[in-house]
Design a protein around this ligand. Sequence first.
Ligand SMILES: C[S@@+](CC[C@H](N)C(=O)[O-])C[C@H]1O[C@@H](n2cnc3c(N)ncnc32)[C@H](O)[C@@H]1O
Length: 309
Amino acid sequence: MNDKSEQTTVQSGLIKPSSDESEASFDEASERDDAKSLETLEVRLLLDAVKQYYGYDFLNYAPASIKRRIQEFQKEAGCHHIAELISLILHDEAMFGKLLRYMSVIVTEMFRDPPFFLKLREEVIPWLKTWPFIKIWHAGCATGEEVYSMAILLEEAGILDRAQIYATDLNEESLQIARRGIYHADTLPLHEENYTKSGGSGSLSQYYRQRYSSLKFHRRLSENMTFASHNLVTDGVFGEMHLIICRNVLIYFNRDLKNRVFNLFNDSMCLKGVLCLGSRESIRFADIDSLYETVDAHQKIYRKKTVVK
Ligand SMILES: C[S@@+](CC[C@H](N)C(=O)[O-])C[C@H]1O[C@@H](n2cnc3c(N)ncnc32)[C@H](O)[C@@H]1O
């Protein structure tokens, strides 16, 4: 599934991320936008309330998509105006939890974009094999399917025991699903197909146990995984990573926030470390651009240079 078509079922409805992400900050967009747009003002007030009361800062997310997701939530909540959501979420934490789900866009799948995972096998895994100890960070891991896919890749390369995988997200609810490693079996045909296309030689069924409509990945895969809450907007660095994977997260951020996150990744990366982004994301034109060389432009794989010329 790609971002154009990505959608997620969140309790009562479908949320489709915008395919029209803007680079401007919410402030800039508001100014440029119809200054009289009451809705834009209401969105701004809602985001301020969320930041002040709950500490989540969405002010530097791409405005067009954040507004659309708030409007979807407004529909579900049955409110006539966005302003009504402010008192709703301030006085009812469970409602804030629902809003957070809309803001997070928790969409993922195993071996998502199989050619990307094939490139990882061919270009990055051989380099990882040269290290006695390997540190990997999945930033914005959602419900964890991407992380279990990575563990399978490492297992098949014989280096899972040497790896420590940190997987983070701002959404605690999805992290809980990731920690359990239990998924619905109806996604199996797609995941099996993705696995094969990504160069998998066996069958995914080697890695999980199925009971009725659920499957649970083997404990061995998650032994070296640590799932933790981490907000890319406000939280700090992770040390000396060999590989950082942050796919389909930055598309929701404006340029300033993207730069903050790129700097965070750069400070968390060892020399020659590899950074992987989603198909519609790029390091080009970012502040740290000159510090990285391209491993694969199409699959958005970059390597930190040892010497900057
Ligand atoms: C579309 S999913 C991408 C999941 C996975 N990386 C993939 O490509 O399949 C985006 C994820 O980014 C997370 N996210 C959004 N803003 C974030 C932030 N500021 N800090 C950490 N995670 C964030 C969301 O909660 C969501 O789980």
